[in-house]
Design a protein around this ligand. Structure first.
Ligand SMILES: *[C@@H]1O[C@H](CO)[C@@H](O)[C@H](O)[C@H]1NC(C)=O
Ligand SMILES: *[C@@H]1O[C@H](CO)[C@@H](O)[C@H](O)[C@H]1NC(C)=O
Length: 265
């Protein structure tokens, strides 16, 4: 449940800027980073290269069990057993607190905890419900879900992701512990999220650049089209399986429309 602040310039932004300017080189990944293109005496940003490096950067950030195709050879599997014995979720729920209070003096003002941790607890409980089907995680989400519609999905805000995940779960296992009210409550929020993004929706809240790139106000936009595209793709897949669509006012949004929108990003 966070929001953007001018203080927050994630590494991704800096990496992009620095790599386009051609002042870094990453020998470990065996990739050359060239100066920007000069065509007819004019400097042009090499977006292909910037994108290539960004993807590589994200690849390098992955944790858990890494696939054999991992290009950052110095990076190995990590965090595969974290919390296995402590019961990570139960621990976090019992000893709730913001990392502002512990790490704040080292990471703030660059990486403050702006949105609090309630959304992260819900996000964790939703995944645990998905993975385990256990009723206590389902009940936890139902008991603690906010009554507002979240349209942010980023490092500090997980609300939109939780709504999508739970809505997808209601379509996949929409019986047993799910009553109609529970299903509706997430479906409405997930649909509102879609309607806040799709360009032809009357309730759209994001902007698009003249070239059609999704643009949300904030210091580092790259995370928005990336994270939102992920949610839209996942939702499109399950809408498709359930033979469903989203209604935004009088506008019908079918799963294939969501996929074409994501492709355009
Ligand atoms: C963490 O600190 C920042 C900067 O002082 C503040 O804006 C934010 O509200 C704090 N977050 C929490 C959850 O207290
Ligand atoms: C939503 O929750 C807030 C705080 O928990 C409460 O004040 C508000 O009345 C609720 N709104 C609705 C529509 O239930």
């Amino acid at each position: 449940m966070g929001w953007w602040s001018p203080y927050m310039f994630p590494i991704v932004c800096m990496f992009l800027i620095v790599s386009v300017m051609g002042v870094v080189r990453n020998p470990a990944a065996n990739v050359d980073i060239k100066n920007d293109n000069v065509i007819n005496g004019h400097h042009h940003h090499n977006y292909k290269e910037a994108l290539t490096k960004s993807i590589l950067f994200f690849e390098g950030q992955r944790s858990g069990k890494l696939p054999s195709t991992q290009r950052m050879k110095w990076r190995k599997d990590s965090a595969v057993n974290d919390g296995q014995y402590a019961g990570v979720f139960e621990f976090a729920d019992t000893y709730q607190g913001s990392y502002n209070d512990s790490l704040g003096k080292y990471v703030c003002p660059h990486y403050c905890d702006y949105g609090g941790y309630k959304d992260e607890l819900l996000w964790a409980a939703s995944w645990l419900y998905k993975a385990s089907n256990e009723r206590n995680y389902f009940d936890y989400v139902m008991r603690n879900k906010p009554n507002t519609t979240e349209i942010a999905f980023n490092w500090d805000a997980k609300g939109a992701g939780t709504n999508m995940l739970m809505s997808i779960e209601s379509m996949r296992k929409g019986n047993g512990i799910w009553d109609e009210h529970d299903k509706e409550s997430f479906r409405i929020k997930a649909d509102e999220f879609v309607c806040s993004i799709v360009p032809e929706s009357p309730s759209k809240t994001v902007e698009y650049s003249p070239g059609g790139l999704l643009f949300k106000l904030g210091g580092c936009n790259l995370q928005n089209p990336t994270a939102i595209s992920l949610l839209l793709l996942a939702y499109a897949r399950y809408l498709n399986e359930a033979d469903e669509f989203v209604r935004c006012g009088n506008t019908i949004v079918v799963p294939s429309r969501l996929i074409s929108l994501v492709k355009s990003q």
